[in-house]
Design a protein around this ligand. Structure first.
Ligand SMILES: Nc1ncnc2c1ncn2[C@@H]1O[C@H](COP(=O)(O)OP(=O)(O)OP(=O)(O)O)[C@@H](O)[C@H]1O
Length: 292
């Protein structure tokens, strides 16, 4: 269990990227959902011990993360948002090299671990090809292989599906859910679908604060009876935005389908709709904007 208590981070320029964040993350897939600039990467980097927060506490099982960063690093796998350099060396040689750095000094053990990881992430067939020539999806799967060296109990994955096509993205997320069986996996993303299909629990972060947390189906249930939809013409959109709390607009068959939030039937051609996590997310952000 990862336990974050009253975590605040203020950058030297005064930006309060995390504002009193408290969060409990049990084993399984946990989705951290938030718009650009919400504080996701700051939170991920802080948990990964890459930066020290202004105040607060982080515990992972028996480890006091801020006091014992080395202990956390030994059991951490991290795939940063920007994995950076993609070298011209083969996937096999690179993973082998990273395993040496992670402390696999016994050659036989290391070979077994590297072979198993390349199989697990489905890169065995291309293990002798240079990573520089890999597709986005292959690079991300390599990223997961390197994060899994040494069997971490905590895996942090920061916006992993950005830039992947839907098929690669699916493949990557399925892989992630397989490894998440008994370890804590935190997946940060601004893509709602990544979370609704996979995560047992999720938190919505905005402006450095956790504004919702729970199982996706519970968050959806809590807004039952309050989401209404209507198909309109594009030129009617502005008037509807004026009159209703429009939380989402989607195109469907050339028409614009809007979702609005209302405690009772708004009439005027609206019909009730079973909300989804996207409605939860956009209505949360919309009510924050209104409160600001
Ligand atoms: N090194 C830094 N110095 C100053 N401000 C920073 C720094 N890094 C991030 N910020 C600011 O802190 C806030 C949170 O940024 P962060 O990168 O954690 O958000 P994010 O949710 O990961 O966003 P994105 O999805 O765009 O990566 C933003 O306002 C950002 O501009």
């Amino acid at each position: 269990m990862l336990k974050i208590e009253n975590l605040t981070h203020v950058y030297p320029n005064g930006t309060r990227a995390l504002d009193n964040v408290s969060l409990e993350v049990p084993a399984g897939m946990f989705g951290l959902l938030g718009p650009n600039g919400a504080g996701k990467s700051t939170l991920m980097r802080t948990i990964a011990t890459l930066q020290v927060p202004t105040s607060g506490a982080i515990r992972f099982d028996e480890i006091d993360v801020l006091a014992q960063p080395d202990a956390l690093r030994r059991t951490l796998g991290y795939l940063p948002q920007d994995f950076g350099v993609y070298p011209r060396v083969s996937a096999y040689d690179m993973l082998n090299h990273l395993a040496v750095l992670k402390g696999y000094s016994d050659g036989r053990e290391r070979k077994e671990a590297v072979d198993a990881l390349l199989n697990q992430v489905n890169l065995w067939a291309v293990r002798n090809k240079a990573i520089a020539g890999f597709s986005g999806g292959m690079r991300q799967r390599f990223g997961i292989a390197q994060a899994l060296i040494g069997q971490p109990r905590l895996l942090i994955v920061d916006e992993p599906t950005a830039g992947l096509d839907p098929e690669e993205s699916n493949r990557f997320l399925n892989l992630l859910s397989e490894v998440a069986e008994d370890i804590v996996v935190i997946l940060s993303t601004h893509i709602v679908q990544d979370i609704s299909n996979l995560c047992q629990r999720t938190a919505i972060i905005a402006g450095g604060r956790i504004v919702q947390v729970g199982a996706p189906q519970d968050l959806i249930r809590d807004m039952r009876g309050r989401v209404w939809k209507k198909a309109i013409d594009k030129q009617e959109l502005d008037a509807h935005r004026e009159a209703y709390d429009v939380i989402a607009t989607r195109l469907s068959g050339g028409r614009t389908v809007i979702h609005v939030l209302a405690d009772s039937d708004p009439g005027n051609g609206f019909s009730a709709v079973e909300g989804d996590l996207e409605d939860v997310y956009f209505s949360t952000l919309s009510s924050l904007r209104r409160a600001a």
